[in-house]
Structures are given as structure tokens and as C-alpha cells.
Write a protein that binds this ligand. Structure first.
Ligand code: SF4
Length: 380
């Protein structure tokens, strides 16, 4: 079972961000940590031994060290968390301090994921990021000095005003950090964000589709030349450094999510139950205060939903969807579920069948959504 903790605080809201993250609510942090510990106690009964922990946000690195320590200590009373399991925290450059890192390391953190996003100051400003590249370098150096030996950096391509050459410089700057893992996400302008409004109003424009495809192709080539293995559409790791928490998510390992907007996934037969917390910090704290856990949104997954989810998540990984795992999880073979459509997509060069798994080809990655729609329609 996996454990996810959501820290919904940020110094400033980035202009492209539609996550549950809030600026200017630091005064609620102490009550929020208490609420998370309260939820941890309530969820302990459902938990098997924890295999991975991931603290995301928001910006976990702006949680004061004393509160982080209280949270991580309290969790150990609720969950069976063997020492040495993969334990990631996200952090943002410019907010990472020695004190915070010490608290995180004492609490079991052994992997740090840092939001670099872009190299050029003008792009960082356009995204509403609070840091400069010098902050990324100093935060990485500090983490290394403190003993963090598994580091990941997030980057974004397809940004307004970004050229393929700017992306190449960004990739090189990330490689110069000598990290073990890189996540490279294409920008998806989300409704309701200031960035999307600026694009809709014509104040900004995205790179041409051809340039964006070139950025992705350059990513695959350059990272491979530098010893990174692609294990998911957007994720690349040095051998042995793929993020086990994310792989668990893509293979439908059950998880408990604590905090505002966090979801838990608990298996029930061949379907599952998904519980989602309220997104607003005050609503989440109020729910914990009144022990009103029933107010969480509950969605029961039917077996057919669970089968489709296995395809939707599993095809993100380069190894693809395992026929053996699918049969064990769903009590039905992948062939019986959608073999005809998989074979048809294989003939069109979109999927490949190897080592007992179905995976996207490079062409298939570009049209992943269309592939999933076809599978959905064929299995309805
Ligand atoms: S730092 Fe991350 S979570 Fe916070 S506003 Fe920016 S993108 Fe959103």
C-alpha cells in the first residue's frame, strides 16, 4: 500500500496551476497538520504495510520544520512504515532550508523532487514561478551536502515563447545538476488559470505543434544519450531510480491519501472504492475537527471501470500493461477484454506486444487519447 500526503500551501500561485494549492493561508498550517494526523488515525485501520511515501503539494518545503517533524513522527504511530522504503518529498527551489531538510531526513525522506520547470528567467516569470535557476542550483547543492542521494527535477516544455533551442538549454542545465531522475511534462493549459486566459485572449501563444513534437523527440534522444531510461511518457530515470510510488499508481496499487483534495484508493473485489477529501483547507480541517469522514466524496469503481483504468494508467508506462497482472487483478484476460482492438492498433503501428505486455509505440504516444477512446468504445 502507498501513502500520499498533500501539503496545499504555496508562497505564490503559479499562473498555469490548477492544483489544490493556496497562497496566503500559512496561518492554518498548525491546524492542518493536526487534521492530517487525525485523518491518519481514522485511516490506519485500512492500511497494510506502507511500501512508498510521497509528500506532494503545493510546496511541502514551506511547511515549517517543526510541523513537518510533528507530522512525520505522528504518522509512524498510525502506519507500519518499514525503514528504507522509498520516501519522496516535493520541494520548490528557493524555499528549501537546512532545517527543513534535516526534519525531512529524520522523518525518513530519502528522495527529493524539485520543481525547476524552465531555465530562462523570462519563461519562469511567464509561468509565475518565484525562483531563478540559481535557486535550483543552490537547493540541489544543499540537498546533496545534507546527504540526499536520490534527486529528481521537474521540467516543462511547450511553454508560450519557448523555442526548441531554449528547451535544449533547459535540458542541458538539468543534466548539469547530475540528478537521478527527470520528469518532462508538456504544458496543458487548464481552464480557469490566468495562463489559459492569456492564451485565449491572444496575449500569449503556444509553440507550433511541430516545434513541440521536436522538443519531445529531443528529450527522448538527449536523455537516452545521457544514460536515462524512459519508463513513462514523461518520466526518465538512471537505472534503478524510477519512482516506485508513481509506478504503484500506474499499476493500481492501493493507496491512502491524507490532506485537502487527497484521494484514497481501497480495493474491493475486482472494483475498488475511491474516497476524495474536500479541496479547500478550511473544509478539510472542519471535517477532521468533527470526525465527519463520511463527508468525503465516495466513488465505487465497477469492475468494468477498474479494467479500463488499468489500460488508461498502464499504457502510460513504456513497459505497458502486463497480461498476467491484468488477469490476476480483474479475473479476466486482457485478450477477452479488448484483444481485437489491441491487435488492430498493433497493425496500425500504435501498440506493440512484447514480453507479455501491451505498450504504446512512439507514434502511439502522440495519439494516446485516441487509442483510449477506441478501447473504451470497443468495450462498452
Ligand atoms: S508551486 Fe506547484 S503547486 Fe504551487 S502554485 Fe506553483 S505549480 Fe501550483
Amino acid at each position: 500500500m502507498e501513502l500520499y500526503l498533500h501539503i496545499p500551501y504555496c508562497r505564490q500561485k503559479c499562473l498555469y496551476c490548477d492544483f489544490a494549492s493556496y497562497a496566503g493561508q500559512e496561518s492554518t498550517m498548525a491546524a492542518y497538520v493536526d487534521a492530517m494526523l487525525c485523518e491518519a488515525k481514522a485511516m490506519a485501520a485500512y492500511a497494510a504495510p506502507i511500501e512508498t511515501v510521497f509528500i506532494g503539494g503545493g510546496t511541502p518545503s514551506i511547511l515549517p520544520a517543526a510541523l513537518l517533524e510533528k507530522l512525520l513522527t505522528g504518522l509512524r504511530f498510525c502506519f507500519d512504515m518499514p525503514s528504507g522504503i522509498e520516501f519522496t518529498t516535493e520541494a520548490n527551489p528557493g524555499t528549501v532550508t537546512e532545517e527543513w531538510l534535516e526534519a525531512a531526513l529524520r522523518g525518513g525522506m530519502n528522495r527529493l523532487s524539485m520543481g525547476m520547470q524552465a531555465l530562462q528567467p523570462e519563461l519562469l516569470k511567464r509561468l509565475g514561478r518565484i525562483h531563478q535557476h540559481e535557486d535550483v542550483i543552490s537547493s540541489v547543492q544543499l540537498a546533496r551536502r545534507m546527504g540526499v542521494n536520490n534527486l529528481s527535477v521537474d521540467l516543462m516544455f511547450g511553454l508560450p515563447g519557448q523555442t526548441p533551442d531554449m528547451w535544449l538549454d533547459t535540458l542541458q542545465a538539468a543534466l548539469d545538476l547530475r540528478v537521478e531522475h527527470l520528469s518532462c511534462y508538456g504544458l496543458i493549459p487548464e481552464d480557469g488559470t490566468p495562463l489559459k486566459q492569456a492564451l485565449d485572449a491572444g496575449r500569449l501563444s503556444l509553440p507550433e505543434e511541430e516545434d513541440e513534437r521536436r522538443m519531445y523527440d529531443d528529450t527522448l534522444n538527449i536523455l537516452s544519450q545521457n544514460g536515462f531510461l524512459q519508463y513513462e511518457i514523461s518520466n526518465f530515470a538512471k537505472p534503478g531510480k524510477a519512482c516506485q510510488h508513481n509506478i504503484g499508481y500506474w499499476t493500481r496499487v492501493p493507496y491512502i491519501g491524507l490532506g485537502a483534495s487527497a484521494a484514497s484508493f481501497l480495493p474491493t473485489g475486482t472494483g475498488g472504492l475511491r474516497l476524495t477529501n474536500p479541496a479547500a483547507i478550511r473544509d478539510y480541517i472542519a471535517m477532521a475537527d468533527t470526525q465527519a469522514w463520511r463527508r468525503r466524496e465516495r466513488v465505487s469503481l465497477l469492475p468494468e471501470d477498474a479494467r479500463f483504468e488499468s489500460l488508461m494508467l498502464g499504457l502510460r508506462m513504456t513497459r505497458g500493461v502486463s497480461e498476467a497482472d491484468f488477469a490476476v487483478m480483474h479475473g479476466m484476460t486482457l485478450d477477452a477484454y479488448c484483444g481485437d482492438v489491441l491487435r488492430s492498433q498493433e497493425q496500425r503501428g500504435l501498440l506493440v506486444h512484447r514480453y507479455g505486455c501491451w505498450a504504446l509505440t512512439r507514434r502511439g504516444m502522440d495519439v494516446q487519447n485516441a487509442i483510449l477512446v477506441e478501447i473504451m468504445e470497443a468495450t462498452e
